[in-house]
Write a protein that binds this ligand. Structure first.
Ligand SMILES: [Zn+2]
Length: 274
């Protein structure tokens, strides 16, 4: 179904003619990602850890805006996130998520966690705790005056960790920044493509005019992208639309975007069955 209603700056489903103008047909049927192709988002925070709203309210908002799943990714406790969750708190949160899942047959809730990986590769949670999560977002805490070589090695170490599903900051920022990146981004992209680790494109309204050159390069190298709002309150969940707008400029297709997968497909991907 094609729909060109006036939706502000967000074209939902352009007509075939419009898609042709945008170059979609050159992608062999794998069209440019559209807002309606995004099935869920995987980076948000709740009142468990610094978020403004309860987990249940985040889920309700995600359902109301038409998403099919929501990944909860509160911080793991560490020096950079002292109010983050430890293994016990994550287990308590999982009980709430499992109870909520029972309420909906049309909506899936995943339990992720956002962890800061130290420069030496250590994680704030034990491997067996990370393995219990549906997915893991890794953020890197940069050292002062870190060299490009060390920054590259740090990012690749995070990508190579089998627990890592999505690599977030500071790559998130580099992906939207004008070249040159302050690290060997091609090496990072190649490692991400090889391991099928998704790189996050943050979707903030203020980033609408960000540079998309690195996103296009990521697609050329076959890297999966996860478009996420990093929402700390329910109303910011819709921010993923800004990420769609940006990645369309880069020519990204659905097959490159992790969260265009349906909930069962995503579950299969996370089990490494897809
Ligand atoms: Zn976050």
């Amino acid at each position: 179904m094609h729909d060109e209603r006036d939706t502000g700056s967000f074209p939902i489903c352009p007509s075939p003619a419009t898609r042709h103008r945008l170059g979609e047909l050159s992608h062999e049927g794998n069209g440019l990602v559209r807002t309606c192709d995004v099935r869920g988002v995987l980076h948000c925070h709740t009142a468990y850890c610094g978020g403004a709203h309860r987990l249940r309210d985040m889920v309700e908002t995600a359902r109301q805006i038409g998403l099919e799943y929501l990944g909860i990714s509160d911080h793991a406790r560490c020096e950079s996130a002292p109010d983050g969750l430890d293994a016990f708190a994550l287990a308590r949160q999982r009980e709430e998520i499992e109870a909520l899942r029972e309420l909906y047959d049309d909506f899936d809730i995943l339990q992720g966690v956002e962890v800061y990986m130290a420069v030496d590769g250590s994680m704030p949670l034990a491997d067996e705790v990370l393995a219990e999560m549906d997915y893991v977002i890794v953020s890197l805490r940069e050292e002062r005056d870190e060299s490009p070589a060390r920054r590259t090695a740090h990012a690749i170490r995070a990508i190579m960790n089998p627990c890592t599903t999505i690599l977030s900051r500071p790559i998130t920022g580099y992906m939207l920044a004008r070249p040159p990146a302050p690290l060997d981004l091609d090496a990072v992209l190649a490692a991400a493509a090889e391991t099928r680790t998704a790189l996050e494109v943050a979707a903030l309204p203020e980033d609408v005019d960000a540079d998309w050159v690195h996103c296009r390069r990521a697609q050329q190298l076959g890297v999966l992208i996860s478009i996420n709002p990093n929402a700390h309150r329910a109303a910011r969940l819709v921010d993923y639309r800004h990420g769609v707008e940006l990645t369309r400029k880069a020519g990204l297709c659905c097959r490159q975007i992790l969260n265009t997968l349906t909930a069962p497909e995503l579950r299969a991907f996370l089990r490494r069955d897809l």
